[in-house]
Write a new protein. Sequence first.
Length: 239
Amino acid sequence: MNQILITDKLYVTPELKKKKKVYKFNFIISIILIVILFSFYVYAEYDRNKNEDISQSILAGMNTEDNTTISSDDDVWLIALNGSSDGETYAELNGASTTLTGTYTASDGNKYTTVGAISIPSIDVNYPILSETTDSLLKVSVCKFWGSNPNEVGNLCIAGHNYRNTRFFSKVPNLVVGDIIEISDLTGRTLRYAVYDKYTVDPSDVSCTSQLTNGKKIVTLITCTNDNKQRVIVQAKEI
């Protein structure tokens, strides 16, 4: 018995053709946007890896080169985390300050000035502390934001980026009371500090930089929250 298969002919209407073209266009645009976003991500990771290498080369130079110099600063500028100045100068309480700094040539061929180094064993942090805070320097390493010289009486405030990975101060929000922070100055002295407080503040709140420490040696770490809306403050005192 012969069977005859009959299929209905599908008629493509102008409206259906238009929808098909719109779908193709949106699909192509989506692919292009994905490629662009992925390219930005790859470049950002490359740039961060490169800056990590630069930071570690500075740290290595601190351990092998003798480029330490003494400078006297009559005034200190209070610099915001975004690298801008608030337009006022603040003199040290005891007059002119003497800062021990070292200048080192990094793997990128540029020279960077440091005041010491920081190590936090519990979160595997080891970085040089650059002598000032600017947007460009924060991309290279953690920076002295404000306060006393390393391992001296006062409050040494150190700022670093939170990239939400393992670099710079990304893991600082994970620190807990009792964790140890080691600060090395350029005389070769290393002191240990124990975390005693952690909290968040608005970006405009700089009360954590107060130098009223009752003669104690304090270290304050400053970084961003994961959503970049507030600042994480971690404070530690000498033990």
